[in-house]
Write a protein that binds this ligand. Structure first.
Ligand SMILES: [Fe+2]
Ligand SMILES: [Fe+2]
Length: 196
């Protein structure tokens, strides 16, 4: 167990202890959101009985997922090689994953979780699906507080039931706003709609 933990990338180990890389661009409110998401992730990882190194990965994913949220979309497009059809509001995820990979992190499920925390992705594993949920169910979000609380109380045990509920709510918001639905989101929905 100790060996696995020692092998984690230092940036992941630091993030699991609440340390951000110097390139992170987050407002104080964003950091508070990241801390709450990290706490939820650690709680669920513990409930799943995961070993110490995985608990650190889960917590770090929560803490780092919005690390580039404070950088404007035009700058993100300039600095990173990102898909042109990726809508502005979700760019910070893929950009952060590219940055983490440049730092030497080669943990694909971790990178995928960060990249697709807003959109979902058909290949998200348990860590990635949990981050998708934790980001949306952050107890600090003001809207629909009671509803979010009810959904959180069902996790992580009823993950397979809660995941389509959250995805439907998020996709519904896009539909109502007549916004673009990313292709990966459609593929994600196709995978989870009838259970895994
Ligand atoms: Fe985000
Ligand atoms: Fe977030």
């Amino acid at each position: 167990m100790g060996k696995q933990y020692d092998r984690l990338h230092p940036l992941i180990r630091d993030a699991a202890r609440g340390g951000l890389p110097d390139w992170a661009a987050m407002s104080s409110q964003r950091v508070a959101h990241a801390e709450r998401v990290a706490r939820l992730m650690r709680k669920w990882a513990r409930a799943h009985g995961l070993r110490k190194s995985d608990r650190a990965r889960w917590s770090a994913a929560g803490f780092l997922h919005d690390a580039l949220k404070g950088v404007s979309p035009p700058r993100l497009r300039k600095e990173f090689d990102l898909a042109r059809d990726c809508p502005d509001p979700v760019l910070h995820g893929p950009a952060c994953a590219v940055r983490l990979e440049e730092e030497g992190i080669d943990d694909k499920p971790f990178l995928r979780a960060v990249a697709h925390h807003t959109t979902g992705h058909p290949k998200l594993d348990l860590l990635g699906q949990s981050l998708y949920l934790a980001d949306y169910l952050d107890p600090g979000r003001r809207s629909g507080r009671a509803r979010r609380q009810r959904l959180r109380s069902r996790l992580p045990d009823e993950m397979d039931d809660v995941l389509p509920i959250v995805a439907a709510a998020k996709i519904g918001t896009l539909l109502e706003g007549r916004l673009q639905i990313p292709k990966v989101t459609v593929e994600f929905w196709t995978r989870i709609a009838q259970g895994r």
